[in-house]
Design a protein around this ligand. Structure first.
Ligand code: XMP
Length: 514
């Protein structure tokens, strides 16, 4: 059965993933493709609709991202957003130029509620605008469907050709009725049925994994995190005993985590995963000795992981498939799917070595966003406390120790992190923040303890609120909680004489330190 798909054509906008997520929230499957993707590939997908994203460029500049006009002749409905709207007008004979007044922020927009895009939307609705250029004249054949005081052409449509364009961003939550508009596009304009649901995802995946694997042996990389746990349980439902799960303790886990993972997924736990634990701490530490550069650390950890798996696989013999819990944001952020710049190569994707000794890698969650992974986890009957765990990166504490990693530093950050997590949970803040951890800065500074001078490390505490992990805000944790944690850390963790709280949001910082 072919799944109905909406294609998001990415022109470099920062909200490209959000567009795809919102469409999926409408139960319509959606994938992101770079504007460099050739039209035949798009045709082969047979999309129900196409959405052009925003982007930072001016469409009338010679080297700006563009697309062949042939796309407008496919008979597939298209929605242009911001840059995407301007580009559509530019290509079809409208006029785009520098706006006399730059619009930025929440703006009241008047919409024509007779438009299919604005069905059930209030005639005056708050939308998020962010543009320097504007459409001064819609292309021939287009009717104006939305406007503001400063932007006379904020929405336009050619209903004969099913082409729609809007200057504002419906995907951003600041656009109060944005989800309704996207839902109108996918249902009223594209005629989607809404077949993207997690129960059918789980069923379809189980079926297709069975087909692919046949009687082959499968090895799953299990870290105990949400993604790999969901992947492992999914695989176990699909292929039962043919699956072996390998948990590599790379010595960069949180305090006691290795034993906790073993308690849940090991032979004593509720799952039957042929669980193998490999204690490879020393091996990772020696490969990482003297390495300071974050990307290099990631690559080493990623590669060493794969090497360990290969060795286990050789011992088991005749392993055909390797399963990884890669999810869609890993793919897009690693610069594989859309147009965004590589910020960090997440080790599941960008850090894979060129040569991998398996017939094939299976990534059953490769096209899911985190919230969808969680829904799939619940569908599979995985308990809530595992499904809603805060994320923990594949390279683990390796990217929470700035600079060189040593066993001593790992111990410091583990102990400090355990205290922080305990105090956050005691204060009930674990439900209010989405990710929180301690990191070891590479900074040493002078302190005084008793009457002695100390020259020791500084721990940074971090806690963020975020919905998508693409942007985040530093959480305003009460001072008592930070204070209590600080005094415990400096008292209980050797070689730490200073504790700092990271107040930076993302952007400009990232959530992890490296
Ligand atoms: P950043 O630091 O990029 O993190 O703001 C966003 C989210 O991704 C997690 N993260 C990673 N996860 N491998 C992973 O599996 C990685 O290399 C990696 N780097 C960051 C991070 O914990 C946060 O949830």
């Amino acid at each position: 059965m072919k799944r109905e798909t909406v294609v998001v054509l990415d022109f470099g906008g920062q909200y490209n993933q959000l567009i795809a997520r919102r469409v999926r929230e409408c139960n319509v499957y959606c994938e992101i493709y770079s504007y460099k993707t050739d039209i035949q590939t798009i045709k082969d997908i047979q999309p129900k609709g196409i959405i052009f994203t925003g982007g930072p460029n001016s469409c009338y500049e010679p080297d700006s991202p563009t697309y062949t006009k042939e796309i407008f002749e496919l008979g597939v409905p298209i929605l242009g957003i911001c840059y995407g709207a301007q580009l559509m007008m530019h290509l079809l004979g409208g006029k785009v130029e520098k706006a006399p007044v730059r619009e930025y922020g929440k703006i009241e927009v008047n919409v024509d509620t007779n438009s299919k895009l604005f069905t059930n939307v209030s005639p005056k609705t708050i939308c998020w605008m962010s543009h320097n250029d504007y459409i001064s004249k819609a292309a021939p054949g287009f009717e104006i469907s939305a406007w503001t005081n400063d932007c006379p052409v904020a929405g336009m449509e050619n209903t004969d050709k099913n082409l729609y364009a809007i200057q504002f961003h419906p995907e951003v939550l600041h656009t109060q009725e944005g989800t309704k508009m996207l839902s109108n596009f996918v249902y009223n304009v594209c005629g989607c049925a809404g077949d993207w649901k997690m129960d059918s995802f789980v069923e379809d995946s189980i079926r297709s994994i069975r087909e692919k694997v046949g009687s082959g042996k499968v090895l799953c990389a299990l870290s105990g995190g949400v993604d790999s746990s969901v992947a492992a349980v999914l695989l176990s439902k699909a292929v039962g005993n043919q699956l072996t799960c390998v948990f590599v303790d790379h010595g960069l886990l949180r305090k006691n985590e290795g034993d906790e993972v073993e308690a849940v997924f090991g032979p004593e736990g509720p799952y039957d995963l042929n669980f193998i634990r490999v204690n490879a701490q020393e091996r990772f530490y020696s490969r990482l000795a003297g390495v300071e550069e974050p990307e290099e650390k990631r690559k080493i950890i990623g590669e060493e992981f794969i090497r360990v798996f290969e060795e286990v696989a050789r011992k088991i013999g005749a392993v055909d498939f390797l399963v990884q819990g890669t999810i869609y944001p890993d793919v897009v952020e690693s610069g594989v799917g859309g147009e965004s710049t590589v910020i960090k190569s997440h080790h599941n994707v960008g850090g894979l070595p060129d040569y991998v000794d398996f017939k094939e890698i299976i990534e059953p969650l490769r096209y899911l966003f985190k919230d969808e992974v969680r829904k799939a986890g619940l569908e599979l009957g995985i308990p809530d406390y595992l499904v809603f765990r805060q994320p923990f990166p594949g390279p683990g504490l390796g990217i929470r120790i700035v600079g060189e990693i040593t066993a001593e530093k790992v111990k410091m950050v583990q102990d400090a992190d355990a205290i922080w997590r305990e105090e956050i949970a005691k204060a009930g803040w674990d439900k209010k923040v989405n990710q929180y951890f301690a990191a070891l800065t590479n900074m040493k500074s002078v302190g005084v303890m008793g009457d002695e001078r100390t020259y020791d490390y500084a721990i940074a505490l971090r806690a963020v609120t975020t919905t998508d992990f693409m942007t985040a805000e530093s959480a305003e944790i009460p001072w008592e909680v930070i204070g209590k944690t600080t005094s415990r850390i400096v008292n209980e963790v050797k070689h730490v004489n200073r504790v700092l709280y990271d107040c930076t949001g993302k952007p400009p910082a990232t959530i992890e330190m490296e």
